[in-house]
Write a protein that binds this ligand. Structure first.
Ligand code: ATP
Length: 246
């Protein structure tokens, strides 16, 4: 498929040299799409995203089999910073805003790879049009903003690097349902209007399937099912085993 932006081919991940966590995971993300990696606690979603953005080493993890390609080129050996330069940015689970910095300072920190101040200012304006709440809270210290605002700040900060592919880890975590909905609506808008491609990891399968176009269900380190989101949402096994969780 030539519209595949990201291809993960049979990756195996081992932590601490012995703990096999991903047991041959393959997935593809279509250019301009929203793909969802779905599954319960400990299924391996975060590990898969970390493998893609080469963030496993700090966790004593290692990809021991398989390959990862961005638009047909191997990216397995690129550092997280090199990946950012190629347009791949990860938004970590748990949001990770700099608590003592203001929302605006957090956003500007996301533009660290960029040099032209005019472009950075234009990008900041763009982030504020998608996240009006962040504009209102621009001068507030992140520590004093709500969980939803911090999640928005983390996504906004990723956008400041001008990515073409955003890996979004568990955006719904710890948020009230209407805030989750607000965050997903913004993701949908960014995808439609800015053509940002998303791969999101979610435990909230029901919500994710409403916004994604393709889903991969991960269980115990293996993809056990995948398909177009409406097909998965209507599948009897998915309904019985997964919907209602999260
Ligand atoms: P969650 O929603 O809880 O983050 P997840 O689907 O993202 O779940 P992972 O965090 O990828 O799952 O974890 C998959 C498995 O790998 C779990 O059994 C977890 O205990 C294990 N694991 C994760 N990180 C490490 C680590 N640094 N060292 C050892 N084992 C780990």
């Amino acid at each position: 498929m030539n519209d595949t932006v990201l291809a993960v081919n049979g990756i195996e991940v081992i932590y601490d040299r012995v703990i096999l966590v991903l047991k041959g995971v393959s997935l593809q993300v279509r250019e301009g799409g929203v793909a969802a990696l779905l599954g319960g606690n400990g299924a391996g979603k975060t590990t898969a995203l970390r493998a893609i953005s080469n963030l496993l080493r700090g966790e004593r993890g290692e990809v021991t089999k398989g390959s990862i390609e961005l638009r047909g080129e191997r990216i397995d050996d690129l550092s997280p910073a090199q990946l950012v330069q190629r347009g791949v940015v990860q938004v970590m689970e748990g949001r990770h805003c700099f608590a003592h910095l203001t929302i605006e300072e957090n956003l500007l920190a996301g533009a660290y790879t960029r040099k032209r101040s005019g472009e950075i200012a234009a990008n900041l304006d763009k982030v504020y049009t998608y996240f009006p709440r962040l504009k209102t809270r621009r001068a507030s210290q992140a520590a004093y903003t709500s969980g939803g605002e911090q999640q928005m700040c983390a996504i906004g900060r990723a956008l400041m690097a001008n990515p073409s592919l955003v890996l979004l880890d568990e955006p719904s975590m710890g948020l009230a349902p209407q805030i989750v909905e607000e965050v997903f609506e913004i993701v949908k808008d960014l995808n439609a209007k800015e053509r940002v491609t998303f791969l999101l990891a979610e435990q909230n399968i029901q919500m994710a399937l409403r916004y994604a176009d393709h889903g991969y269900i991960l269980e115990n380190g293996r993809v056990v099912m995948n398909g177009p989101a409406p097909e998965l949402a209507g599948n009897e096994d998915v309904k019985e085993f997964y919907l209602g969780m999260g």
